[in-house]
Ligand binder design. Structure first.
Ligand SMILES: C[S@@+](CC[C@H](N)C(=O)[O-])C[C@H]1O[C@@H](n2cnc3c(N)ncnc32)[C@H](O)[C@@H]1O
Length: 190
């Protein structure tokens, strides 16, 4: 999908899409940085969009790992369906329903959840439900990696996780904050 197509989806469903253009390669790299791909079994992606982060995850994941990619925009889901990779499951449903799909795929716990969800545009109750599910299904040493265009979600994330590591990239439209959230003590920064 071209950038123009992303923009037209933004015009149709701006609140849900949350951005006028896909993430830059700089932002995608920052989202990958916290991930140790060596022993990954399952990664979940929230808000896959046109697949810019999805493709990089698949590029780095081991051959026997699984990627569950959640996307509620049907135009984007059609794009994602074109990815030919046996490791990906495209899920045309809200991230809130993650647990149902873990059960269906016989997956108990998740290594990483990589999220582009536009938290500032999603009702508070739904964000709370999503974060509740995230903390329930993440492995103890796992991480929730989320980007946002503002610091609005920072407090909510700090209230949910023991550690929230914050980085920033100006090399994106708009510039983005990246939150890496964990509950494991060994990942805690000195
Ligand atoms: C800012 S775009 C990011 C797209 C892509 N990951 C990227 O980085 O370019 C956010 C995406 O989240 C999707 N989305 C919004 N709410 C969602 C929800 N509750 N569950 C799953 N996807 C959702 C939107 O349709 C949109 O494609």
């Amino acid at each position: 999908m071209r950038k123009g197509d992303f923009f037209s989806e933004f015009l149709k469903q701006g609140k849900n899409v949350g951005s006028i253009t896909p993430s830059s390669k700089y932002l995608v790299k920052k989202m990958m940085d916290p991930i140790d791909f060596s022993d990954v079994k399952c990664i979940v992606e929230f808000g896959s969009g046109t697949g810019i982060i999805t493709l990089e995850l698949l590029n780095k994941m081991p051959a026997d790992a699984i990627l569950l990619a959640f996307e509620i925009n049907m135009e984007f889901c059609e794009m994602l369906q074109k990815i030919e990779d046996p490791r990906i499951r495209i899920i045309a449903d809200t991230a809130e329903n993650l647990e149902n799909y873990l059960t269906q795929n016989n997956i108990k716990k998740v290594d990483y959840i990589v999220s582009s969800l536009p938290f500032t545009m999603i009702p508070n109750g739904i964000v709370k439900n999503i974060l509740r599910v995230v903390t329930k299904v993440l492995k103890p040493e796992g991480a929730f990696i989320q980007y946002q265009y503002s610091l609005n979600a920072y407090k909510k994330l700090r209230d949910t996780f023991k550690n929230v590591d914050l980085t920033f990239t100006p090399m994106n439209i708009p510039p983005a904050f990246i939150f890496t959230c964990t509950n494991s003590l060994q990942l805690q920064k000195a």
